[in-house]
Design a binder for this molecule. Structure first.
Ligand SMILES: [Zn+2]
Length: 121
């Protein structure tokens, strides 16, 4: 029983760390997006195009980070409900090694690969 609680603590801690890292990454990008005058002050057409590319890449990054945050929310909810570490699709246990590498994983590798192919989160 004690062993089980320790594993849960470990998982909670991993998720908490991941959430913190992500929050910092989002904050940095928000500041970068508002603060450094992207798109302002350039008049050369080539520079404008580069700025548009950069902006698009930043938006894509931002979206990925938000999706990640959503997954962490889900993982924390699952942890609270006791369903964490169980694949959402096939209901098999997700290997601890995968949870260490990807604390917000909600599927095993096989199901995640299949889900990604279908364009699911
Ligand atoms: Zn699965």
């Amino acid at each position: 029983m004690a062993e089980k609680r320790n594993a849960t603590d470990e998982r909670t801690e991993r998720l908490r760390r991941l959430r913190e890292e992500l929050a910092q990454a989002i904050e940095r990008r928000d500041i970068a997006g508002d603060g450094d005058g992207i798109g302002a002050g350039h008049h050369h057409p080539a520079e404008v195009a580069t700025d548009a590319d950069l902006r698009e890449r930043q938006l894509a990054d931002q979206m990925r980070l938000r999706e990640r945050q959503e997954r962490i929310d889900r993982a924390e909810k699952a942890l609270a409900e006791g369903t964490y570490g169980v694949c959402a699709d096939c209901l098999e246990d997700i290997p601890e090694g995968r949870l260490e590498a990807v604390p917000d994983a909600i599927r095993c590798v096989a199901c995640q690969t299949a889900a990604r192919r279908l364009g699911r989160l």
